[in-house]
Design a protein around this ligand. Sequence first.
Ligand SMILES: [Zn+2]
Length: 333
Amino acid sequence: MAAASSRCGRVASALRRVGSSLLSSGCVAQVKTRSDKMESERVTKLEFAVQMTCDSCAQRVRAALEGQPGVRSVSVDVGREEVLVEASLSTVEVQALIEATGRRAVLRGIGGSEPDLGAAVAMLAGAGQIQGVVRFLQVSEERCLIDGTIDGLEPGLHGLHVHSLGDLTRDCSSCGDHYNPSGRRHGGPGDAERHVGDLGNVVAGPGGRASFRLEDSQLKVWDVIGRSLVVDAGEDDLGRGGHPLSTQTGNSGERLACGIIARSAGLFQNPKQICACDGVTLWEERDRPDSRARAQQVVRARLSNGSGRDHFETQHRRVELLSEEGRRRCSGS
Ligand SMILES: [Zn+2]
């Protein structure tokens, strides 16, 4: 308990350093960057498939969501097993509220703008138990919402960056440098002088979870599909650390986990309930503990001979394979 309190204290200290506040429980991981203005309160529309068979189920789901801070509206359709939520909460937070009723929920689509400007998802995997899902939603021409949860991290700050290559042939080491189309120096997400891929730091709480919801004005969904997202072992100094690597990488250490950024479904674009491949339902798929990591393993294995290819070709092939894998598995991403 003392050790946990100590870790909690370190995380609290880290959060204070980045100018953010702890939630009421004192040790809940809230993921922040140094620049508070990057945090997003924007309302997005989240479409969940929720296992419901009766009106009373629907009422319980509705009751679990309505009135919650950050939830603006709730629409439940029992026949279609569909719950549409307008909220400024993260996808994981909304999913947790629904699943607190004892029902399983799978995010099927996300939207935030008319017309649909695009969405993407990266499933992060790495050594050990690190896993994460990070979603990108282009909410306007100028703003990209980045919503994610990464588990299995050491408590504290971790640099998060979009890298230029969607290449996992040598795990995260083949992802290339930070995505930097304008040839700039490394910086923080609130800086004009930065790499487009510089998303700053996320903060993992004592349980190892980093959960975050940010907005970025430089990163565009259409520019990063086919590239990769990497979370690092250490804190990104945002170019201010004085270390030789500060202006290149933020000196944030080893690459811990990574994933290819693939296009994902907008609202109502993903109606499948059962996988054509093996008859596994969406709900069974949801409960497979290794489903995220497995999708990436398949991609890696199938591209194990691709290391000598032109990177451009490799990227496109990876996106095709991810799409193919996604269709085959009907994962709902
Ligand atoms: Zn950078």
